[in-house]
Design a binder for this molecule. Structure first.
Ligand SMILES: Nc1ncnc2c1ncn2[C@@H]1O[C@H](COP(=O)(O)OP(=O)(O)OP(=O)(O)O)[C@@H](O)[C@H]1O
Ligand SMILES: [Mg+2]
Length: 284
């Protein structure tokens, strides 16, 4: 897979193997990436960023999807809700990349890493050079996917009758090579986490099959599989006000479904197993 290594280590904008910018060593970089569109990267990224900030961590966000700007707009909407209602909400510092130059990416990466415990990076649902640059710097690389063999196809192929994994797909190979390059560069590992988004509450045969295929592939390719957010209409309705399930006090009475949603968010955060930020450890 030399092409994979070249992908990471050479080319004018693929400077992932250069010395990492100041600040990056202390900052835990969480990158949400999946070249498949619409798998829940932005929704999950915002929830993770707000959950960390609500715990008192210093969080910054970088949106690399300069066309959709879902993460940026989500956080802008949050700021607007604060202005409109006078509520005191935590809002991470955030910027959007221009998607044009490596200098822009490097500048924002350094600026946002500075003084942050966590930098949460959202990437577009397509092949993107800046998403690659972000991936090679990740400490935690989160790939959300839905319980569907259409989504699974990016990371692995299965036999049409037995649903057994036949081989990893190009995206797994890409991440594999990225991790190898990172290990060679500074000896560190990238914790690759496949996050199952939009989990259904009823046990379906398809869900079990995808789950089994994921477990097989996880061993082969070396990622962890964790549960993400459930399939809930509320996740689609929070965007205009920039709220998350953690702010449920701010959108009125909490029904049972909201309590369950907050619980699944807590479980997702625990499963991500992110480090305790230094500032919080000092206080504790
Ligand atoms: N857990 C969930 N329950 C219900 N709807 C969800 C959930 N997660 C995401 N969605 C919805 O699925 C759609 C895609 O989500 P999102 O924009 O977060 O994905 P994405 O991976 O960032 O997409 P893109 O690749 O286009 O950037 C949105 O309409 C979002 O509201
Ligand atoms: Mg998105």
């Amino acid at each position: 897979m030399r092409a994979g290594l070249l992908w990471v280590c050479t080319g004018s904008i693929n400077r992932g193997c250069d010395e990492l910018p100041q600040g990056a060593e202390k900052t835990h970089i969480i990158v949400f990436a999946n070249e498949k569109g619409g798998t829940g990267k932005s929704t999950t990224a915002v929830h993770v960023a707000i959950a960390l900030a609500a715990k008192g961590a210093r969080v910054a966000c970088l949106d690399l999807d300069h066309r959709q700007r879902t993460m940026g707009r989500y956080l802008d909407n949050r700021a607007e809700t604060m202005r409109r209602t006078g509520r005191d909400l935590v809002i991470p510092r955030h910027k959007t990349g221009d998607g044009k130059t490596a200098e822009n990416f490097e500048g924002l990466f350094a600026e946002l890493s500075e003084g942050a415990d966590f930098l949460v990076i959202d990437t577009p649902g397509r092949d993107d050079p800046f998403a690659r640059m972000a991936a090679v710097r990740a400490n935690t690389l989160v790939t959300p996917m839905n319980d569907s063999f259409v989504d699974f196809d990016l990371i692995g192929q299965v036999h049409p009758e037995t649903f057994k994994v036949t081989r990893p797909s190009f995206y797994s190979e890409l991440i594999w090579e990225t991790r190898k390059a990172r290990a060679k560069e500074d000896g560190s590992t990238i914790d690759w986490v496949v996050l199952r988004n939009r989990l259904q509450h009823i046990e379906a045969r398809n869900m079990r099959r995808v789950s089994e295929a994921l477990d097989q592939l996880a061993k082969r390719v070396g990622f962890r599989v964790i549960p993400g957010l459930g399939e809930r209409v509320i996740y689609r309705e929070l965007f205009p006000a920039g709220l998350t399930m953690l702010d449920s006090r701010d959108f009125g009475e909490m029904g049972l479904a909201h309590v369950a949603a907050r619980q699944e968010l807590r479980e997702m955060m625990a499963a991500l197993a992110l480090p305790e930020p230094a500032a919080l450890t000092l206080v504790a």
